[in-house]
Write a protein that binds this ligand. Structure first.
Ligand code: FMN
Length: 226
C-alpha cells in the first residue's frame, strides 16, 4: 500500500498559489478535480460534527455551492449531523482527490441557508430524489426497507402527476460552512508533502513574512510541516 505521489518537480509552493485567499485557491483546485473524469464525485466531502458531550462523528455529504461566503450542502434537519450542528455549529470538512494527490481541509461554523434558497435547490433535484427526501426521516431507526418503499409509493401517487410539484419538507434544507481556516495539502513522492493553510489571524497577530504571510480579504497563510 505505497503508491507514488507527485515527484520533486510537482511541488506546491507559495508562488503556485493562484489566489492569496482560500476561495480563489479552492476554485482552482476544485475545477481541476471536476475536470478529471476518474474523479466521479469531486464534490464529496467528509463532514465532521460533534455532539455537545464532545463525541465526534463524520460522514460524506456533497458540496452544492461555494464562493467567498462559504461552502454549501443539503441534508435532513432531523438527522444526526443536524442535531449535532444545532448543539455545536463548529464543523470540519475534508475533500480528498486521490488522482491529484490533493486534499482540502475546511474548519468553520455552519449556518442554515434560508428556506427560499433550500426550496429553490430542492426543486432542481430529480423528482425521485425529492420524493426520497420526503420519504426518509434520516438517521432514525426503521423496521424494514419495505416501509420506505411503501412511503415512496404513496408519495409517487400523490405527486407524480404532470404539473404537480413535490413540496419541500420543512425537515429538509441546506447549510453553509463559513470557514475560519482552509488548508491545501498536496502529497509528494518523498513524503515531504506540501501544506499551505489559510486562516483568520488571531487578535493582534501581525504576519512576519517568514512564518506567517499576509493574504487578501483579511486572511493570512502559513506553510505547515508535513
Ligand atoms: C458520496 C456520498 C455523498 C453523500 N451526500 C449526502 C448529502 O449531500 N446529504 C446527506 O444528507 N447525506 C449524504 N450522504 C449520506 C451521508 O453520508 C449519511 O449517511 C447521512 O447524511 C446520515 O448521516 P448522519 O446520520 O450522520 O446525519 C452521502 C453519502 C455518500 C457516501
Amino acid at each position: 500500500m505505497r503508491i507514488k505521489y507527485k515527484d520533486k518537480k510537482d511541488t506546491f509552493l507559495e508562488k503556485h498559489l493562484v489566489s492569496r485567499e482560500p476561495f480563489g485557491q479552492f476554485k482552482a483546485w476544485f475545477e481541476e478535480a471536476c475536470g478529471r473524469k476518474e474523479i466521479l464525485e469531486p464534490n464529496a466531502m467528509c463532514l465532521a460534527t460533534s455532539s455537545k458531550e464532545g463525541y465526534p462523528s463524520a460522514r460524506f455529504v456533497l458540496l452544492k455551492g461555494y464562493g467567498k461566503e462559504g461552502y454549501k450542502f443539503f441534508t435532513n434537519y432531523g438527522s444526526r449531523k443536524a442535531r449535532e450542528m444545532n448543539e455545536n455549529p463548529k464543523v470540519a470538512a475534508t475533500f480528498y482527490w486521490e488522482v491529484l494527490n490533493r486534499s482540502v481541509r475546511i474548519e468553520g461554523h455552519v449556518e442554515k441557508l434560508s428556506k427560499e434558497e433550500s426550496t429553490r435547490y430542492f426543486h432542481t433535484r430529480p423528482v425521485p430524489s425529492q420524493i426520497a427526501a420526503c420519504a426518509s426521516f434520516q438517521s432514525t431507526p426503521i423496521e424494514s426497507r419495505d416501509i420506505l418503499c411503501e412511503r415512496e409509493k404513496v408519495l409517487e401517487a400523490d405527486y407524480l402527476i404532470p404539473g404537480k410539484e413535490v413540496p419541500k419538507p420543512d425537515y429538509w434544507g441546506g447549510y453553509i460552512i463559513r470557514p475560519r481556516a482552509v488548508e491545501f495539502w498536496q502529497g509528494q513522492r518523498d513524503r515531504l508533502h506540501d501544506r499551505i493553510k489559510f486562516r483568520k489571524p488571531k487578535e493582534g497577530e501581525v504576519p512576519d513574512g517568514k512564518l506567517l504571510h499576509q493574504g487578501d480579504d483579511g486572511w493570512v497563510f502559513e506553510r505547515l510541516s508535513p
